[in-house]
Design a protein around this ligand. Sequence first.
Ligand SMILES: Nc1ncnc2c1ncn2[C@@H]1O[C@H](COP(=O)(O)OP(=O)(O)O)[C@@H](O)[C@H]1O
Ligand SMILES: [Mg+2]
Length: 347
Amino acid sequence: MNNLELSKPHEEIRTFDRDREGTTQGFVTSNPKMLRIIDIARLVAQTDVPILILGESGVGKDVLASYIHRHSDRAHGPFVRLNCAALPTELLESELFGYDQGAFTGAGRSKPGKFELADNGTVFLDEIGEMSPHLQAKLLHVLQDGEFSRLGARWPIKVNVRILAATNRKLQEAVLRGEFRNDLYFRLNVITLDIPPLRERRGDILLLCKYFLEKYGKKYASSVEAFPQDLLEACVWYDWPGNVRQLENIVKRQLILPDGDLISELHSPRRLVPVQCAPSLKEIGGRAAEEAEKNVALTVLQQTGWNRKESARRLNISYKAFRNKLKRWQLSRECPNWQAEAQSRLN
Ligand SMILES: Nc1ncnc2c1ncn2[C@@H]1O[C@H](COP(=O)(O)OP(=O)(O)O)[C@@H](O)[C@H]1O
Ligand SMILES: [Mg+2]
């Protein structure tokens, strides 16, 4: 039963479960890394700097974003969330920035965008990695100057919004591939909170099981009060690719429709990569080396304020070879000095 001791009630367990309306939006954890993230979040919540929340799908990025809002001076202002992956670019643009009457066919009336609606509050941009280059440029403008224009409008509008962003993609890699603007990246990631996947904090699994059993047991008036021991053990050792969301769904399902096969489902091995499709060791090594090179290059570029000659010198390769690499990685945009400075101060 050693495994279950992992998540025995522990002094450090804290639930963060009150919001303004008194509804429970729990943040359940006993994991030191998570507790540290929450402490930092509470600390930086009071400032106006943008915060970038990273983590796989289902780890709790939304929960953390609303936690930050509730602990900020803007808690009484609006919290407006928008998923950048859910809408095509044009629609996302009009949702974010709004439009004036006649801005395009069908724009019969003017409509405020989320940035206006969130004035004196927080805008949470989920899946920011999916934002098109055009909108990335407009967002950068909002971050730099606090202003933007509605579509079709003559005059810019000033707003006072705090921006939180989240992504489940490796945003730094997207920058290296040229898919995400590096200047916007540096603006957004002044503070980065990286939420670990559930499989890296197994101590939270039983806590969360218990929490969801109580929460949904009442709601569904279920007769199930606890999970049998063998099911709990299977939960503790399962890898949870869908993280807390998957665990929550499984608990709900079990409460409504208890399923005896669940244990074997949790034990079944993840689908393996078919042998003929698996990359060779040489390929894997090559890719890893390239990845490491890119990371080092980016760090040195940041340190030198994107001075490519100086970076090449520090990396001990010829300027020409370095330029070729940057071209291959599509790492060509200039990054203004202040961002590199800000970055190095934070490092
Ligand atoms: N630490 C936690 N404590 C309690 N519930 C959590 C926790 N983390 C996530 N959840 C719940 O899991 C689900 C997924 O969380 P969410 O914040 O939407 O994940 P993400 O935005 O990273 O995909 C939500 O229903 C959320 O309430
Ligand atoms: Mg989310």
